[in-house]
Design a protein around this ligand. Structure first.
Ligand SMILES: [Fe+2]
Ligand SMILES: [Fe+2]
Length: 207
């Protein structure tokens, strides 16, 4: 999908998410730039790892391998861009924190005995993380005080919107029916909204 269309879509409905991020979060991130950039860097690193894991676990899914492989390089390039941003500002990459958001999402993953169903779960979780990241990057790209940082985050927003589309599309491709994916996706969205509601708003975390 072309970039402008993706941006319009992200703007219109924040990719189906049921609970928008509290606008106070942006102010908090500005107070802890080193921490938020560190957290962001690890998010990109984890995105890289999960793409590699998908390819390793499902080599027979040719379309998946074809679409996900280039995203490995994209996510790694994102990681490097965040590192560069830290360096430019004289800030340091800190240690990785416990990722409460992702850990809680993983608790909702259905441990099916069916291999394809397990794949659909993984793809939907990836889509969800991309959607929420995209929504947060969008907030930063619109509301941060510093123009250079607003631009920086705009680029991420567009890219993650594309990844969200890809993961959801792959889930529909490999599922037995589109209805199955749509139903499960709605369940995930509801669960994610409840999760966002109970997580503390912290300026040192991307989620
Ligand atoms: Fe990324
Ligand atoms: Fe991504």
């Amino acid at each position: 999908m072309e970039k402008t269309k993706l941006v319009a879509e992200a703007d219109k409905q924040v990719l189906g998410l049921q609970l928008p991020t509290d606008p106070r979060w942006v102010d908090l991130t500005q107070m802890s730039l080193e921490d938020i950039l560190t957290d962001h860097a690890y998010c990109e690193q984890k995105a890289t790892t999960s793409c590699i894991s998908l390819v390793q676990a499902y080599p027979e899914c040719e379309e998946l391998v074809r679409q996900v492989s280039p995203v490995v390089s994209e996510e790694w390039a994102h990681f490097r861009a965040v590192l560069q941003e830290l360096e430019k500002r004289g800030l340091k990459l800190g240690r990785q924190r416990k990722d409460e958001y992702v850990n809680e999402l993983l608790k909702y993953e259905r441990k099916s005995s069916n291999r394809t169903e397990r794949l659909i779960e993984k793809l939907l979780i990836c889509a969800l993380i991309e959607a929420r990241s995209c929504e947060r990057f969008r907030m930063l790209s619109l509301n941060l005080e510093e123009e250079a940082l607003r631009k920086f985050y705009h680029g991420f927003m567009v890219s993650e919107a594309g990844h969200y589309k890809m993961f959801l599309g792959l889930a529909k491709l490999y599922a037995e029916s589109e209805e199955y994916v749509e139903k499960r996706w709605r369940e995930y969205l509801t669960y994610e909204a409840e999760l966002m509601n109970r997580l503390e708003i912290r300026g040192d975390r991307m989620h």
